[in-house]
Ligand binder design. Sequence first.
Ligand SMILES: [Zn+2]
Length: 165
Amino acid sequence: MSITLSGNNPKSDEGVLFFCTTWEYHAIVEYLEKYVSAIPKLGLNLHFLPNGFVFSEQHCEYVLASLYSDAEADMNSRSLPASVAEYISKTSDFLDSLPLLDCQSCLATGLQRKTIISPETTGEPCRECDGSTKSRPYIYNYKLKFDTFSTFLKFLASCGGFTVK
Ligand SMILES: [Zn+2]
């Protein structure tokens, strides 16, 4: 699953499209809701913006200004603020520390099932765990990458507003 944001009036190539997994997007929104003071004032549920929703250029500028101000970072640098990088590092360390669990995809058999809900297997190794019977906990999907968040901020700065695709 993924989310695509399309720039309404891109000022550079960085503002044409933003694409990430739905899990990464929710992790970015979670950071924004918790640490960017402008977000509650928008009165939007950013987790579930419907397809076709238009986020204006003014909203983008408002969010960016608040993010950099709250992070006490220079907006003109267009780099990832240190406090955002610390958040990503801290949450990544937490997710990396979680123990592997019995694979939920193959129900710890190590074998790929014919369909998601089929009791029969194909005899091939499970794609989720490569046949090991162990996999990362579901929450691991929300792991944020520095590049994804940085690309998102550059997109916000140069998209001229965006539409959810
Ligand atoms: Zn498996």
